[in-house]
Write a protein that binds this ligand. Structure first.
Ligand SMILES: Cc1ncc(COP(=O)(O)O)c(C=O)c1O
Length: 387
């Protein structure tokens, strides 16, 4: 059998323009905290329709700063979906909070709003402080419905949209609501890790419409240091600054921001291409009952960071494809069953839907530069396996 060149489940796309943009910034006066950072933040905020955006060194830092800005403290109970990357839960632990995991919806794989409500009703108001839903695989949560629930129980919402820049749903009034536009979630986090839609090597962003939260994010991003006379206790002259809170160095460099600006220009193209690839997989597998393809509601524009199928013989298919140089992946093992979170009292059987899903899920190659010929090869091999 002819071994095909390796095909991974995701891959960055770097063009000559991207390289040019980075090189120009490397030759400029600023390597960090220069004009490119502010430009990237402005462009990104505009793209998702938010008032403010704060660029940081990765998506995990975006989540951590968000939890800090919302004042998560020791013992605060926060609800997090178990179908995600560990960072969505870890950000709560960094601040001393307790992570209370919620199961997923069987069809769209997002946090199950009915189960979420059931969790909320079994405890008195104030028991939970907030919710971290995830736009898993690029499927945007129905943030309007989630916000209604959150308001009823006085909870904040950090939307983890690391998989979903450009994704949107149509709200009850028929308006398009982009993930991260600040209408419903208090804060929304994005990642620019290479497998994501926009790649800056490492990188992240938080968007919000809330000025107070925005100011906190900016402060915590650079050590809690400020030169703002309104925040300082004293002022001894032009050199003077104060550290007023305990923050971090979570800054993004200017050459990463330059790459981000350049990549952002191709976001629409990337989304369009991902839709095409998903459409072709859907078509190819529609008459194969052994393969469950992802379901998408009509009022949703999916960003397809991942294209996830479910199949009974997942392990066999994984090994079969890997032998053919097709590097599929599992997203994810449930976070509540990670040894660290098991030590916090979570156990198998707690969340049956996500546990069942994680036995069968497999992410097929999905990235804009996947060629038709490569996708045809993947489909052909999948069909051979199923036969
Ligand atoms: C859903 C989700 N949240 C958070 C993160 C963390 O982002 P980063 O790797 O940029 O820290 C990731 C990254 O894979 C992710 O997939």
């Amino acid at each position: 059998m002819t071994p095909h060149k390796p095909i991974s489940y995701g891959h960055q796309n770097i063009t000559d323009e991207d390289i040019q943009a980075v090189v120009e910034t490397l030759r400029s006066d600023y390597l960090t905290q220069g004009p490119k950072l502010a430009e990237f933040e402005q462009d990104f905020a505009q793209k998702v329709g938010a008032k403010y955006a704060v660029a940081v060194c990765n998506g995990t830092a975006a989540l951590h700063l968000s939890a800090m800005a919302l004042n998560v403290h020791d013992g605060d109970n926060v609800i997090v979906t178990s179908l995600t990357f560990a960072a969505s839960a870890n950000c709560i632990r960094y601040c001393g909070g307790n992570v209370c995991f919620c199961d997923i919806d069987k069809e769209n794989y997002l946090i199950d709003l009915n189960k979420l409500e059931a969790m909320l009703t079994t405890h008195p108001q104030g028991y939970y402080k907030g919710i971290v839903p995830v736009d898993f695989a690029g499927y945007p949560i129905h943030a309007e419905k989630l916000k209604a629930l959150a308001d009823q129980y006085h909870l904040w919402v950090i939307e983890d949209a690391c998989h979903a820049p450009g994704a949107y749903f149509i709200d009850s009034k028929g308006n398009k609501q982009l993930a991260g536009n600040g209408t419903f979630a208090d804060l929304t986090c994005f990642s620019f890790h290479p497998v994501k839609h926009i790649a800056t090597g490492e990188g992240g962003m938080v968007t919000t419409n809330n000025k107070e939260l925005y100011d906190k994010l900016c402060l915590y991003r650079t050590h809690g240091i400020t030169r703002n006379p309104e925040l300082m206790h004293e002022n001894h002259g032009g050199w003077y600054y104060e550290m007023v809170e305990l923050g971090f160095n979570y800054r993004m460099t200017d050459f990463q921001a330059a790459l981000g600006i350049s990549q952002l220009k191709r976001l629409d193209w990337s989304l369009q291409r991902r839709q095409e690839i998903a459409g072709k997989y859907n078509d190819a597998f529609k008459d194969i009952p052994q393969i469950k393809t992802p379901e998408v509601a009509k009022e949703v524009y999916h960003a397809y960071h991942l294209y996830v199928i479910q199949i009974e013989k997942r392990k066999e298919l994984f090994d079969y494809l890997r032998n053919l140089n097709i590097f599929v992946q599992v997203h994810y093992e449930p976070v509540h069953l990670m040894p660290y979170y098991k030590n916090w009292g979570n156990k198998a059987g707690d969340l049956p839907i996500v546990e069942e899903y994680s036995q069968h899920c497999l992410s097929l190659p999905m990235y804009p530069t996947l060629t038709d010929e490569e996708q045809d090869w993947v489909i052909e091999k999948m069909k051979e396996f199923v036969k």
